[in-house]
Design a protein around this ligand. Structure first.
Ligand SMILES: [Zn+2]
Length: 314
């Protein structure tokens, strides 16, 4: 099948913190690589600049107090949005509004069938909760997008895979009791890495019991462990009807990342994304949205992300 893919550029790529692992260079380097490899010239790649998210849509997930705090701290232009991981800088509010806008547009256009897939590099900021920033994540774009799919687009079944080295706590626990959201989160064992959560016995609560799956991997785990976990996650995900697949494809599990201790190869990481891509064709008309997520080795991250757009738009 064709792989018409929506891809975002523009000012929102400047989201990033000074003297911090999450820099905007990881986005800019990826775009340069995509230009060099002529992937952005493909007729299947549709490049757009995102609009800021609608306040009403942002508030489907986030509290008013949290939105106001980010706005005020952004105007002050210094200090932190949380307890010391996520700095404020001038324009952080505007950039965050843009990356959430991109994510909402990414899922909207795919559900509407305008494109098969979207790749949103600045998306997948999975640690922010409804009421607070956390772990480099100002707003939780995935949380907003899932709320938008359920509440505004009439979607009844979302399947979310998260292969970032860190557990996606801000998505996992905020939809813990919602049976419409199936989640498979594969990450470095929470006893050895931020956010210190995401244990294998957590499977959802109430009506959602059995709709969530955590697979924690010990430090040092490589492609074999990753791909075995992906296989188990796909078997689990396939058990229920799904209308679309979201993937947080953080690259911080690739060997050489400065802040984690996993050991995937760039090729192994791509194979995982390819498996989700194939699943989307089997289960839901190819409806697949991929988010960049974490990844703090700029060289590896830009290569891995460029490979993903290459795959989706082939
Ligand atoms: Zn991460």
């Amino acid at each position: 099948m064709t792989g018409d893919t929506l891809f975002f550029v523009g000012d929102y790529l400047n989201f990033g913190f000074p003297n911090h692992p999450l820099t905007s260079e990881r986005f800019h380097r990826t775009v340069r690589l995509l230009q060099q490899r002529r992937i952005l010239d493909r007729p299947t790649v549709h490049v757009v600049e995102p609009e800021p998210v609608d306040m009403e849509v942002l508030r489907l997930f986030h509290t008013e107090d949290h939105v106001e705090l980010v706005k005020r701290k952004s105007e002050e232009g210094r200090g932190y949005l949380d307890y010391g991981d996520t700095p404020a800088y001038p324009e952080v509010y505007e950039h965050a509004m843009l990356y959430v806008g991109a994510t909402v547009q990414a899922v909207h256009e795919v559900v509407e069938g305008h494109f098969d897939h979207s790749l949103q590099l600045v998306g997948g900021l999975h640690h922010a909760s409804r009421s607070s920033s956390a772990g480099f994540c100002v707003f939780n774009d995935v949380g907003v997008a899932i709320s938008y799919l359920l509440e505004r687009m009439g979607i009844e079944g979302v399947l979310y895979f998260d292969i970032d080295a860190h557990h996606g706590d801000g998505v996992f626990y905020e939809f813990y009791d919602d049976p419409r959201v199936r989640i498979v989160d594969i990450h470095q064992d929470g006893r050895t890495l931020y956010p210190g959560r995401g244990f294998d016995w957590e499977t959802g609560s109430g009506k959602a019991r059995g709709t969530k799956m955590n697979i924690s991997l010990p430090p040092g785990s490589g492609d074999r462990e990753l791909l075995r976990a992906v296989q188990a996650g796909i078997e689990f995900g396939e058990k229920a009807p799904v209308e679309m697949i979201l993937v947080q494809a953080g690259t911080d599990g690739i060997r050489g990342d400065p802040i984690t201790a996993l050991s995937y190869s760039i090729e192994g990481h791509l194979k995982a994304v390819e498996s989700f891509h194939q699943l989307s064709e089997r289960c839901c008309d190819g409806k697949l949205v991929v988010f960049g997520g974490g990844g703090y080795n700029v060289e590896n991250t830009s290569q891995a992300w460029a490979n993903i757009l290459d795959l989706l738009s082939a």
